[in-house]
Structures are given as structure tokens and as C-alpha cells.
Design a protein around this ligand. Sequence first.
Ligand code: ADP
Ligand code: ADP
Length: 243
Amino acid sequence: DPILKVRDLEVTYITDNGDFKAVKSVSFDIGKSEIFGLAGESGCGKSTIAFAINRLHKPPALITKGSIEYDGTNLIALTEQQMGVVRWKDIAMVFQSAMNSLNPVLPIQEQFADVMRHHLGYSNEQAKERAEKLLDLVNIPRERLSEYPHQFSGGMRQRLVIAIALCLNPKLIVMDEPTTALDVVVQREILQQIYQLRKEFDFSVLFITHDLALMSQLCDRIAVMRYGEIVEVNQAREIRNNP
Ligand code: ADP
Ligand code: ADP
């Protein structure tokens, strides 16, 4: 069974100038352990879908139709409290800017510990041990745990965000333009990293970017959106062979 089933999803921005359907009857599945790409030009509705899946959408955005089934549960029907458990623990989100996820005035070690204390009930010692292992996996030296976000490069910060997300072993990670702000060499390193981590942790990924070439290096399948609709879904291999 797929880990995520999106059916006939419609998201409308309700504004003073009228209603605007940014997402129109979108359906797709993400398989277990699959890296699923969502491509399309800026403004076609990708981020709106990413936020809706995590129920992080806010007014004026409103889910006006459809269902988002995660592991058999329709997320749209959950209370905010129930959704709070699913969010991060089952579905993590990585944004374009790592600084949206990191606290600038807290050492990295504390940010790992907060997540593990809060969600897993870990002691500081347990959290430190796990954080060190995760840093090893994203190739950041353990001794840098005491540093603050601004002391890391942009690429390292994004790797830290991914490592923090992995604390809770999410089954799905929604990544919205996770490498767009980074240079090409660093982008490639992060894609490699995601690919390796997926082997280790066996999560699925919804990978969102406007950069089709980049996406075809990583994804198993790619859906292409235009004006709020999915217009095609391809195996990435086809795109690699016919750029
Ligand atoms: P993408 O992620 O593909 O760049 P978005 O999901 O951010 O696209 O936006 C989809 C459409 O919804 C765009 O046309 C955008 O202008 C519109 N939109 C986004 N946010 C709002 C908002 N807060 N109010 C009204 N329209 C919005
Ligand atoms: P609370 O229940 O105290 O509101 P949350 O679980 O909502 O705590 O997390 C608060 C913030 O911490 C989130 O908005 C997010 O930025 C960050 N966060 C928590 N867990 C994770 C995670 N697994 N991956 C990425 N960021 C996380």
C-alpha cells in the first residue's frame, strides 16, 4: 500500500478579490520508500500541496475538496491535536530556508535534545548520543554540536535540519525546494545524502522543486504540475533519457 494517497485535492485561497483555486483536483500516491518528485513552474501550486499535507496551511488557504490519506488515515478529518502527533513524528517537513526550522539563539545540540525530549521522552544523555550518530550520518563533525546555526554553511544547515527531522524516524519527509538556495555542488551533495539516508532509514520523500533536471537525479517518479493540476507523471528514467 502507498504511504500517502492524495485524492481530488482542491485548495482555494479565499481573498477579498475572490476565490482562487491554487490546487484543482490533484491526485497522486507516494509508495513506501519512494522518492516522489513534484515539479512545475513557480506559482503552479506545489508549496500549497506541501503545506496542506502537513496541515500547516493557514488562511486564506482552505482545503475545499478531497482527501489526504496517510497510512490509512484521512489527515483532513483529524483534530489539530491529533494532527500535532502526526506532524514531525510521522511526516516531517524541510523548507527552502533551514533558518525556518532552526532556532538561531540555541546551540544545535539543544535543538536535537528539544525534539527528543518533547517527542520521545529522552534524557539529555540519550539525546546527545543519538544526535552524535545522526551527525555522523550527515557528515558533520560531532564536536560541532555545541555551535549555533549561523556558524554553519547553508548546505550544512540544511543537513542539520534533515538530521533533526530523522530523530523521530518519520515515514514521510516533505521537502519543499530544500536545495534551491544552495550552489550546484552543494545541491548534489545533499541529494546524495538524501539518497543514502533513505537506504538507512527507509522513509519516503515528497521532493518539490521547479528544477526538473535536479529532480530527475534523485526521484523515482516525477509529477509535473501546471496551473494547479498534475498534467503528467513519469518514471524519472524517462526524463533522464529525454531531457
Ligand atoms: P509554487 O509552490 O508552485 O511556487 P504556490 O503553491 O506557492 O506555488 O502558489 C500557488 C498559487 O497560489 C500562486 O498562483 C500564488 O500566487 C497563489 N497563492 C499563494 N499564496 C497565496 C495567498 N496567501 N493568497 C492568495 N494566493 C496565494
Ligand atoms: P509543540 O508541540 O511544542 O508545538 P512541535 O512538535 O509543533 O512542538 O514543534 C515545534 C517546532 O519544532 C516546529 O514548528 C518545527 O519547526 C520544529 N520541529 C519539531 N520536530 C521537528 C522535526 N522532526 N523536524 C523538523 N522540525 C521539527
